[in-house]
Design a protein around this ligand. Structure first.
Ligand code: F0G
Length: 463
């Protein structure tokens, strides 16, 4: 028998498992009932009815023993806890921003920055929208304008930096409305709704230079910034030898400020913050946080949460941690590909985005193909994903009609340090089996629609 030649290219988790949480196995009949009761909305399922939970990577991560040990060191003083100062030091050290305000999660920081920087009638250009980000911008009176490159709207396009901003689109908007009407440019990386796609440092520098020239502020949704840094290291010339920490610091150096949902990169279960180099914005945010969140030295968090965040910052920049995270998603994509299942290319940083428009091509977009596919995958195996299509896109505030996004996707998002390769194998087989009977799947109709962020609480019935 021919011997296999050794090539050392495999990666493995840079940790061993110390504590486990049992998960419940359920029958198909049980899941049929659970899905119906949840109005075919995976957000409304009970967690205990879920087998492999890929709803989100937000707050669902496994903390390390170092973080858990830190939880016992929570200084639960109302004001000035030592955990707050440790966290602030790490924000300065790793993000390079001198000023910092903690919040209970990312959207609270989005709320504050939108209220502080936006005046009614302003515009906020961004590299595709994120649901909560855009809503807070709109609630503050702005119109969001998507200025991401066209390739980002094409799931099959293999552009390595689909999160890039199209400077021509940005310039067209600035010329049309005037730079004074631009509250700020909102840049996220990687871009969640585009499929976890990064921007390049080259593009960021061009956007920075353009904004500087036109006196426009540039703000960063740095929620998954370490994944963006990883892609820059892997894909962009000149960054191969640089550390994740150095790339993160360079990225942040081009922004006026940033907000973070700490529930992602920082591998904690709750937390967020706003950080900036602008003292005036900082002072406003620090004042505003006491109205909505709590004193500016805890922002809605317990001391122990801030300790876990501070320690999470140190772990998130470790190369092996980011690599295992991104490579696990890549492994899943490569396995799905073997069955010919269409998903957004290139494989993103935090999730696989199944192309529901292609998979359920017999359904109209207003029959909610991605919502339908997410429900069907759950019923098949108990794997929970999430709709990222017409339901998430919501309605146009002007016309009241559905927005019809080009991307109609089911997101399978990987919590950090939670599932193994064997879980992924089981999940891939389930999706492949749904893919086999896809032509028999019927769409949904919406029977309840809440006013804000309807994807969270909307209810559906089978057609
Ligand atoms: N920005 C991005 C890019 C996000 O992905 C999220 C949350 C937020 C901001 C808001 O932060 O949830 O802490 O208030 N994304 C989660 C997700 C909900 O599942 O993608 P939050």
């Amino acid at each position: 028998m021919a011997k296999k030649k050794v090539i050392k290219k495999s990666w493995a988790e840079p940790f061993k498992i110390k504590v486990v949480e049992p998960i419940k196995m359920t029958s198909r009949a049980h899941r049929e009932k659970a899905a119906e009761e949840a109005g075919y909305n995976t957000f409304l399922l009970k967690s205990e009815d879920v087998y492999i939970d890929l709803l989100t990577d937000s707050g669902t991560n496994a903390m390390s023993d170092y973080q858990w040990a830190g939880m016992m060191l929570g200084d639960e003083a109302y004001a000035g806890s030592k955990n707050f100062y440790y966290l602030w030091d790490n924000v300065k050290k790793y993000y390079g921003m001198p000023y910092f305000v903690p919040t209970h999660q990312g959207r609270a920081a989005e709320h504050m920055i939108s209220q502080i920087l936006i005046r009614k009638g302003d515009y906020v250009p961004g590299n595709m929208y994120f649901t909560t980000t855009r809503l807070h911008q709109e609630l503050a009176g702005a119109t969001f304008v998507d200025v991401i490159i066209d390739q980002a709207h094409d799931p099959a396009n293999e552009h390595p930096f689909k999160g890039n901003i199209d400077l021509k689109k940005l310039d067209k908007l600035v010329k049309k409305v005037g730079s004074k009407k631009i509250a700020y440019v909102s840049m996220a990386g990687p871009v969640n709704m585009a499929g976890g796609q990064p921007f390049s440092m080259k593009n960021l520098i061009e956007v920075h230079d353009y904004c500087k020239e036109n006196k426009i502020k540039l703000w960063f949704d740095a929620t998954r910034a370490c994944e963006n840094a990883f892609f820059i290291k892997e894909r962009e010339k000149g960054y191969k030898e640089k550390s994740i920490a150095a790339i993160l610091k360079e990225m942040c150096s081009y922004f006026d400020g940033l907000w973070v949902s700490a529930k992602k990169d920082l591998m904690v279960n709750i937390g967020g913050f706003l950080a900036t180099r602008n003292k005036k914005v900082f002072e406003e945010a620090r004042n505003m946080v006491v109205v909505y969140e709590g004193l500016h030295t805890y922002g809605g968090l317990a001391g122990r949460d801030m300790e876990a965040m501070a320690r999470g910052i140190e772990e998130m920049v470790e190369y092996d941690n980011v690599r295992m995270r991104v490579k696990q998603v890549e492994y899943c994509g490569n396995e799905l590909e073997k069955y010919g299942i269409p998903f957004v290319r290139p494989i993103g940083g935090h999730a696989i985005f199944l192309d529901a428009k292609k998979i359920l091509s017999h359904l109209q977009q207003n029959q909610f193909p991605a919502q339908t596919l997410a429900a069907e995958i759950y019923i098949d195996s108990g794997v929970r994903g999430m709709e990222r299509g017409i339901v998430s896109a919501g309605r146009d505030p002007e016309t009241g009609d559905h927005r019809y996004p080009k991307l109609e996707l089911v997101r399978l998002t990987f919590p950090r340090r939670v599932y193994t390769q064997a879980h992924i194998d089981v999940m891939v087989e389930s999706i492949a089996s749904v893919y086999e009977y896809r032509k028999k799947i019927k769409g949904l109709k919406m029977v309840y629609e809440p006013k804000y962020l309807r994807f969270f609480q909307g209810r559906f019935e089978r057609l």
